[in-house]
Design a protein around this ligand. Structure first.
Ligand code: ADP
Ligand code: MG
Length: 231
């Protein structure tokens, strides 16, 4: 038996916001290497809160978050930035690309904190864009790209540092249905090539196309297809 450790582990995590909203309640979840997971639930159910905690963008009120075995509570903000840069790639609904930079420059920025020379950053960025089918759009700025292409640039940026996991929050939420399908197909391809991916979605159709579904409602995990099929 090999002993793999979870990429991300939430252990009885609660998140309360000022004003008394408990956005996440007593949530426990392990994401394993090579999984393609959907976290699915209606608007306001706590999905983005969970992604922020999984991605160490925020800290829990109670409970423990571990990234590759490292307890987030033991790391200061600078160490957490390093953990994120090395291990986690993010994709957001609104792409979060820098408007005045070209596609290849946007992606190369994903390597900014890695101490890699500029030329190498640009080469690896071009390779990542090629991987998402945008090798012919290196010098386009975001406004010269379609929504689906912008999201593929964002996915290339998330992948360029070869993270342990990609976390995507409603990656098709700002796209028409055809572009959305292309983005989901790309995530499936990347997963088939060995990328660990967790996608947050309110879309049951997208969720069903993934290997594992974690259902969240009112801040609590209500179902987990992996747990149900566990032996
Ligand atoms: P989802 O992504 O599933 O739509 P969120 O995690 O964004 O849900 O929000 C869960 C709940 O927490 C909602 O009731 C929301 O209004 C509340 N919430 C989210 N962020 C904050 C915040 N920064 N401050 C206060 N309440 C928040
Ligand atoms: Mg959300």
């Amino acid at each position: 038996m090999t002993t793999t450790r979870p990429v991300i582990e939430l252990d009885r995590v609660t998140k309360s916001y000022p004003g008394g909203v408990q956005a996440l309640r007593d949530a426990s979840l392990r994401i394993w290497p090579d999984e393609l997971t959907a976290i699915v639930g209606p608007s306001g159910s706590g999905k983005s809160t969970m992604l922020q905690l999984m991605g160490t963008l925020d800290r829990p009120t109670h409970g423990t978050v571990r990234i590759l075995g490292h307890d987030v509570a033991t790391l200061d903000d600078r160490q957490l930035s390093a953990v994120r840069a090395a291990w986690i790639g993010f994709v957001f609904q609104q792409f979060h690309l820098t408007a005045h930079l070209t596609a290849v420059q946007n992606v190369a920025n994903g390597l900014f904190y890695h101490g890699i020379p500029r030329r190498t950053r640009l080469r690896r960025a071009a390779e990542a864009l090629d991987r998402v089918g945008l090798g012919h759009r290196l010098s386009h700025r975001p406004h010269e790209l379609s929504g689906g292409e912008r999201q593929r640039v964002a996915i290339a940026r998330a992948l360029v540092a070869r993270p342990a996991i990609v976390l995507a929050d409603e990656p098709t939420g700002a796209l028409d249905s055809r572009s959305g399908e292309t983005v989901i197909a790309l995530l499936h391809e990347l997963h088939a090539e060995g990328t660990t991916i967790t996608v947050i979605t309110h879309d049951q159709g997208i969720s069903r196309s993934f290997d594992r579904q974690v259902e969240i409602l009112d801040g609590a995990i209500r179902g987990d297809s992996a747990a149900e099929s566990a032996t």
